[in-house]
Design a binder for this molecule. Structure first.
Ligand SMILES: *Cc1c(COP(=O)(O)O)cnc(C)c1O
Length: 477
């Protein structure tokens, strides 16, 4: 167990040396003495090497794409080019203050303006806002847009249809925006049953929220029919584009008939995610919904850019200032660097990699949604029950082998689900190594199940009581 810095502390150790200050201390001399500190703060005292090694040891304990394959389904763990970290830290971008006058931040506004227009082109939409701070925040903004749109038309629409294969944030966002959620049971491969949809689609349905490809990694083949049925009913179609890896540069949700979309820049566009953010979930709409987008919006007149804070129909402000700026800069740099052709290669490789892994792994565990997929796929660990082994145990054992665990028990419609998504930038060699380890773990299930059910064995802590950890967290020692 790594000690805390306070425990490593040793009187007199120091990680820096500075020359003595020979200037009069203006600050302390102007502060009344009863308000100044009488004793130095009890900061840990460690040498530079102790400090460096402490943080380096901690960093080994973290899993990231910089360490090994990160096969987490539903959350696209992209390789995020390091050069974009450099770009978003450039002083002209990272030292800006949101209260600076507009004429001093023209470059930043131009980046945002251009990014909005690139996303319009990529998604096939007419207008974008970059404000939402995450995917769920984008969904919430989308739902508010739908609500205000129907209000402006004096229509009472109170329901949102959400398939049971959807990401959990979909029903939550709809509920938070004041709608009631109508769950739609999906087919075995997660796609929509048109007949069931028609029955659910009453005149009071405001919106249908869909994920395409769905969370089982299958493209919704009837999407054009679904769009037609929705629009004939006056219902809007919402696209959960948290993961755009399968479509980017190849197909556009706007062309399928979607009216509102959110995109997670922290999944598909060069911002690392996991560990709590910051993220960004821009929302795009078709022209008829553009007046409802949040303010401020970015406008361009001649060669100058400005923030516009007024709009008669806007849903208002979503947050302070204007979006998570460094995330937006990374996305813009990524899009400009790859260009149209490069982005198309992203989706081709994402689909190719996922299909390669599926084609091999379908022989070791059943693939209930079929043997073709888009950027991710789902296996079922159900056959392992004969050895008393569960999907959870396989995921934990992968940690021992130096891999992050895939997404498990999601989507809910597959029993003992294991959801795998290889990053599009992984090589065949890396994926083959993963397959070999996966096979070895499944062989172990038959011969030595207790090693699996008690794993992980090599991590700082072994099997945790996750329920208790969430309910009764111990936040200090
Ligand atoms: C990640 C994800 C979301 C939610 O995005 P957050 O940024 O975590 O709020 C929504 N839908 C799908 C399909 C996702 O994968």
């Amino acid at each position: 167990m790594e000690k805390l810095l306070n425990e490593l502390s040793c009187d007199g150790h120091s990680a820096f040396s500075l020359p003595e200050n020979d200037m009069p201390d203006a600050m302390t001399s102007s502060i009344p003495s009863h308000l100044t500190r009488q004793h130095p703060p009890a900061l840990p005292q460690v040498s530079e090497m102790e400090l460096l090694r402490h943080f380096t040891r901690l960093s080994y304990k973290n899993h990231s794409l910089a360490k090994n394959l990160y096969p987490l389904g539903s959350c696209t763990m992209k390789y995020n080019p390091v050069v974009n970290e450099k770009i978003c830290r450039m002083a002209g971008l990272s030292r800006l203050h949101p209260y600076q006058p507009e004429n001093t931040i023209q470059g930043a506004l131009e980046i945002l303006y251009e990014l909005e227009h690139s996303l319009c082109e990529i998604a096939g939409m007419d207008a974008f806002t970059l404000q939402p701070a995450a995917g769920a925040h984008g969904e919430f903004a989308g739902m508010l847009i739908a609500r205000n749109y129907f209000k402006s038309k004096n229509q009472q629409r109170t329901k949102i249809i959400v398939p049971d294969s959807a990401h959990g944030t979909n029903p939550s966002s709809a509920t938070l925006a004041g709608f009631s959620v109508v769950p739609l049971p999906s087919e075995k491969d997660g796609s929509i049953d048109i007949e069931k949809l028609k029955i659910a689609l009453t005149p009071d349905v405001a919106c249908i929220m869909l994920t395409v490809p769905n969370t089982l990694g299958v493209f919704e083949k009837q999407i054009l029919t679904i769009a037609q049925i929705a629009h004939d009913n006056g219902t809007l179609l919402y696209y959960d584009g948290a993961n755009l890896n399968a479509l980017i540069g190849t197909a556009r949700p706007g062309d399928f008939g979607f009216d509102i979309i959110h995109i997670n820049l922290h999944k598909t566009f060069s911002t690392p995610h996991g560990g709590g953010g910051p993220g960004s979930g821009p929302v795009g709409v078709k022209a008829f919904l553009a007046p409802f987008l949040p303010v401020p919006s970015i406008t361009k007149k001649g060669k100058s850019f400005a923030l516009a804070f007024k709009g008669r129909r806007t849903i208002g402000r979503l947050r302070s200032f204007y979006g998570n700026f460094p995330v937006l800069v990374r996305a813009y740099a990524y899009i400009v660097a790859l260009g149209g052709k490069g982005l198309t290669r992203v989706s081709h490789h994402a689909v190719l990699n996922a299909n390669y892994l599926l084609s091999v792994l379908k022989d070791v565990l059943p693939a209930p949604a079929g043997t073709r997929c888009m950027h991710e796929f789902v296996l079922s660990g159900k056959p392992l029950a004969q050895y008393g082994v569960r999907t959870l145990d396989v995921a934990k054992r992968l940690l021992d082998k130096g891999y992050y665990a895939p997404t498990i028990y999601f989507p809910l419609i597959v029993e003992e689900a294991i959801m795998i998504e290889p990053t599009e930038t992984e090589t065949k060699k890396t994926m083959d190594e993963f397959v070999a380890v996966f096979r070895a773990i499944l062989a172990e299930a038959a011969t030595d199940p207790s090693t699996l059910t008690t794993s992980p064995h090599t991590t700082p802590v072994s099997r945790l009581n996750e329920v208790e950890a969430a309910r009764k967290p111990i936040l200090h020692f």
